[in-house]
Design a protein around this ligand. Structure first.
Ligand code: NAG
Ligand code: NAG
Ligand code: NAG
Ligand code: NAG
Ligand code: NAG
Ligand code: NAG
Ligand code: NAG
Ligand code: NAG
Ligand code: NAG
Length: 688
């Protein structure tokens, strides 16, 4: 497996960078390039390979520690050398300043490098603000990438501990994209696969060749390579790099379609696939290249002809669900075309659902202000204050209407927090606050009048502080309308007529009396009851219950397992129940351990010739694309029997998809698999 490991490392940390210096480098306008764990003294620096300027992450996060890979790994990119890890707290967040309404490519890089000597890749979740982005389950150094449009000018990227391993991160990169490319109206786009470009051009491409610093990984699909030295213009908003547009593939057997096969995580995943084309062959006057673009059997573009030396991008406008954990991409030549299909590059994304609104920004700003006023350093006070509810900040309570309504802060308990100084005006901006507890601190100064003018506030506990002076008149009025203020244990407060400090403020607040009378207690109970009645339940349980984190991982797989044919036969009750049937073979129902339902794709005997090295290659492929493969349970490759075992969701429309009822897939499964296997083969060859 030596070479496999090398490959994985190479692909992820880019050892195969094209090392050439481009004279006219595009500016890095709006780029945020953080080298996590870089000591601030060494920041910033210019990466010699890419020319990108990296900075330390120190000023964007308050927690975490610096780690350095223990392995003797040589990194081409310096930013993969150090990392930040988070032994404390559940959620640790980066707070970045972005432009509201701009589409950003956000890439988090992870190079574990056995920095902790445990030799266990960590598992954790990544959140963007209040929403779950992805469960990171590393088994090699890797990146995760999302295209996201921020609804505000600050962006929180959070690492969330989900188990016993400690979250870590090596790089965090943000690249603003054009607003007319990669539409995210229906949800952020999570990159599946690596961004692949075709042809035998060899190198790993990113900035400065790609002005948006997308990372393009070469894949030779073992088809016919096509390339040109001519310039390809890229007037489309995707601005595909020249190096990508100049090389492509078309099918070796010109009568066949060009097909790709792609895994998705879950049956319910919806995908957006971007196909990049340019006509880079010299055509005769009587030549026609025209083909249909199919996504899992559905035509997303009919009779397409690539433009001569001009890059063009085609994609499915509405996100599409793929059949059973996998997606077929096909380019099928039309009748009138004498030339086979041709493609430069493919990018595939799952469209994520980010349903949760961030906490009301005024509340967030006020909390930030309060935090700074008192120098509070509370580990959970990172990321969104209220969402996800399970990770909300300590010491506060929020009201939740529904997922899409920003939650409000309704209660704040800072008792016994060692607060010093006066009661800050910042509390005033928590306009929905109902309860404020500042008891048992060392607060000084007078009780500020603004507290009485906060409409929602009904309970204020200022007991056991060092407050002084008389209580403003307004408290007396508010007292009548239900405010409950207590100031016991503040020896220098004078609450009644005997207080002469300020002659026009002589008011008695019954609740202030040092001994609580029975009457007052009764009054409070009534107040509370009335209060409760007046406010309808503010927590919509249906919306909050769902948002339980850490996300339970229901996947039954921990490792892709090899099964023997007889085991497969046993698992499927001797291939008793057929789920679907297609040109490639038959899909059977089965169960693992007698409980977990699985689906078994069995390739027909005739299609398996020539796959002697199936195991090694498929394994490699699986590892390369492992992020897409949680639904794969195992495989079998015995004596001409090839089978893939998947998790089975009984309500999926498996049969439809696999039997080709929806229009049929023009490529046989075997052909797709062949492409896939040959890809793996080629990767091995490329790295020697
Ligand atoms: C994030 O940073 C912005 C800009 O520096 C700041 O206004 C905001 O309060 C910060 N948010 C949090 C939660 O720290
Ligand atoms: C995209 O950006 C351009 C200029 O940067 C602006 O004129 C245009 O209105 C924007 N379009 C959208 C849909 O935001
Ligand atoms: C371009 O294609 C030709 C023939 O197809 C091949 O010999 C050559 O190496 C290719 N060049 C590049 C840069 O891929
Ligand atoms: C391609 O573009 C570059 C820079 O834009 C230019 O210098 C070069 O002459 C062009 N090559 C061709 C063949 O047009
Ligand atoms: C090309 O594919 C067609 C259809 O599958 C097949 O009949 C033909 O033999 C193939 N040609 C070659 C050269 O493999
Ligand atoms: C197309 O034209 C070229 C010469 O321009 C000729 O050699 C070729 O046979 C023609 N092909 C067809 C299919 O007519
Ligand atoms: C959420 O609540 C708001 C305000 O009550 C309402 O306007 C909106 O339609 C609700 N949205 C959903 C999805 O229920
Ligand atoms: C008051 O606060 C101190 C720390 O500031 C704490 O030790 C003590 O237990 C608190 N007392 C009460 C009654 O909460
Ligand atoms: C309260 O919020 C307003 C705007 O929402 C802001 O201008 C003001 O400075 C804030 N006050 C405090 C004390 O933070």
């Amino acid at each position: 497996m030596g070479c496999h490991c090398k490959l994985l490392l190479a692909v992820s940390v880019g050892i195969f960078a094209i090392i050439h210096i481009v004279q006219a480098q595009p500016d890095q306008q709006g780029f945020i390039s953080l080298d996590c764990g870089l000591p601030p003294g060494e920041s910033p620096y210019t990466d010699p390979v890419t020319g990108l300027t990296f900075s330390s992450d120190a000023e964007f996060i308050r927690s975490g520690k610096r780690g350095e890979p223990g392995d003797t790994v040589t990194y081409i990119y310096r930013q993969y050398k150090d990392l930040r890890y988070f032994p404390d707290g559940i959620r640790n967040c980066y707070n970045l300043t972005v432009n509201k309404g701009t589409n950003y490519l956000i890439r988090a890089g992870f190079s574990y490098g056995n920095y902790d000597g445990l030799n266990v890749y960590p598992k954790f979740d990544l959140h963007v603000g209040p929403n779950m982005w992805i469960a990171v389950d590393l088994d090699n150094d890797d990146d995760r990438e999302i295209i996201y449009m921020s609804k505000s000018n600050s962006l929180q990227i959070c690492l969330v501990k989900t188990g016993s391993t400690i979250p870590m991160i090596s790089t965090l990169e943000l690249r603003p994209l054009r607003n007319d490319s990669y539409t995210t109206q229906l949800g952020p786009l999570n990159l599946i696969y690596r961004r692949a470009y075709t042809g035998n051009s060899g190198g790993f491409i990113r900035y400065p060749d790609d002005v948006f610093d997308r990372k393009w990984v070469p894949y030779n699909w073992f088809e016919t390579n096509v390339n040109t030295t001519l310039n390809v213009t890229s007037s489309n908003p995707f601005v595909v790099p020249d190096a990508v547009s100049r090389s492509g593939i078309s099918p070796k057997n010109v009568t066949l379609p060009l097909g790709f096969y792609m895994f998705t995580n879950h049956d319910s995943d919806k995908v957006n696939v971007y196909f990049h084309f340019a006509e880079i062959q010299t055509l005769n006057a009587n030549d026609t290249r025209e083909f249909d673009i199919l996504l899992d059997g559905d035509i997303i573009h009919k009779a397409y002809s690539p433009k001569v030396l001009q890059s063009e991008t085609k994609y499915n406008i509405s996100p599409q669900k793929c059949g059973f954990g996998s997606c077929d991409l096909d380019l099928v030549r039309t009748q009138r075309s004498n030339l086979p299909p041709l493609i430069n590059a493919i990018e595939a994304f799952t469209v994520l659902d980010f349903p949760y609104a961030e906490t009301n920004p005024d509340d967030v700003a006020a909390m930030k202000n309060i935090q700074e006023s008192y120098g509070l350093n509370i580990i959970s006070w990172q990321g969104d204050p209220c969402v996800p509810e399970l990770l909300k900040w300590e010491d506060l309570k929020c009201s939740y209407t529904n997922k899409s309504t920003p939650p409000r802060i309704i209660s704040l308990d800072l008792s016994s927090h060692g607060l010093k100084g006066v009661i800050t005006h910042a509390f005033q901006n928590l306009t929905e606050l109902q309860k404020l507890d500042l008891s048992n601190n060392s607060l000084t100064g007078e009780v500020p009048e603004f507290l009485a003018s906060m409409k929602s506030l009904s309970i204020i506990n200022l007991n056991w502080n060092d407050l002084t002076g008389p209580l403003p008149k307004t408290f007396h009025d508010r007292e009548k309308s239900g405010l409950k203020l207590t100031v016991q244990g503040n020896s220098r407060i004078c609450a009644d007529a005997s207080c002469k400090v300020n002659n026009n403020q002589k008011y008695v607040l019954p609740v202030v009396a040092s001994a609580a009378s029975v009457l007052i207690i009764i009054a409070m109970v009534i107040l509370i009851l009335v209060f409760k009645k007046k406010r309808p339940t503010q927590v919509d349980s249906s919306s909050t219950v769902q948002h339980v984190l850490p996300k339970s991982r229901q996947s039954i797989i921990t490792q892709t397992k090899r099964f023997t044919y007889s085991e497969v036969a046993a698992l499927t009750d001797n291939f008793e129940r057929v789920l679907g049937e297609g040109g490639f073979g038959v899909v059977y129902h089965g169960s693992l351990n007698g409980t977990q339902p699985i689906a078994v794709k069995l390739l027909s005997q005739s299609s398996v010739q020539g796959y002697k090295e199936f195991k090694a290659e498929v394994e490699l492929l699986l590892r390369v694309h492992h992020v897409n493969l949680v639904s794969l349970v195992g495989y079998c490759d015995e004596e001409g029997h090839l089978a893939l075992l998947y998790e089975y969701a009984p309500n999926g429309d498996l049969k439809q998809h696999l039997s080709g009822e929806r229009g049929g897939s023009p490529l046989k499964w075997s052909s797709r698999l062949k492409i896939v296997v040959e890809t793996a083969q080629d990767i091995i060859e490329q790295i020697g």
